[in-house]
Design a protein around this ligand. Sequence first.
Ligand code: SF4
Ligand code: SF4
Length: 317
Amino acid sequence: MLTQDFIQSAARSAGFDACGAAALGALPDDMLRSYHEWLQGSGHAGMRYMERHLQKRADPRLLMKSGARTAVVTLFSYKPQRRQPPHLPQVSCYAYGADYHALLKQKLWSLLAALQAEQPSLQGRTFVDTAPVQERYWAALAGLGWLGKNGMLISKELGSYTFIGVLLLSDEVESNATPPKNRCGSCTRCINACPTGAIMDKGRVNARRCLSYRTIEQHANPPHGDDADEADEAKGEKPAASPYIFGCDICQEVCPWNRKAKAAAHSEMQMLPQLLTLTANDWLAMSAEDFDKIFEHSPIKRATLLGMKENVRRFNF
Ligand code: SF4
Ligand code: SF4
């Protein structure tokens, strides 16, 4: 059986900052109930992919044909070493550098290859934000942190500026982690700081209100039907007092655990130099050709140039 030490050392070699393993099973009933309530209340703002494959989300063992037994969960820090100048329209710091999806997938595949070199019969499947996996729950169970009131996974060492990559395995491995104690205590800084009141109870966020949805997903996947009506109503609301035109870091920036966390030194997360100078007028005047060139490998392209221009006009920065 693969040991925790072996897996963690292979994860470090693959470039991850932290790694843990958890034996897979069905999600606890209270978590599932809370997820269903959130969907029924349209907290997901009609993002259809969150409604799909509910059975597999409830029991990720179903995500591999032969039955998955273990979740190896990895963290990759993106806490920046420097920030955009504050007078410029702001971009969430996860989008300062390269798109993390491909980057993390590649690292997960090299981790899987290292584990298979030790145990050739092992099969695995990688997930980065794209499949019905409750990544933060499994990360907590693997001992990597706790679920904060802002819904983020918070690691004592790395804070919440981390990407989560999940590798499901066909075999059991040593997994003796205990989920860390929730250290939010009586703090409510994230809830108080959210400019749109998007943070609900039980660490749930109302995506319709959240600027991460409103500045990105609303442009990437325009809502339909009733969701579109609600989105139009949201557009008519008083603009949020926020400096962000792509995503939003406010509820993470105020979290004391992020102040303590070390900045990431990953070269892939280096800031695009243009983000140090782009003013609101530069964004509004940007051509499609320049947008495609500058943001070719960036998550910012998901919001589209038209969407970014709308964000610049719509939000108070
Ligand atoms: S990301 Fe911004 S808008 Fe969304 S919950 Fe956090 S503070 Fe609120
Ligand atoms: S700001 Fe406070 S309540 Fe919110 S996640 Fe951080 S520690 Fe928890």
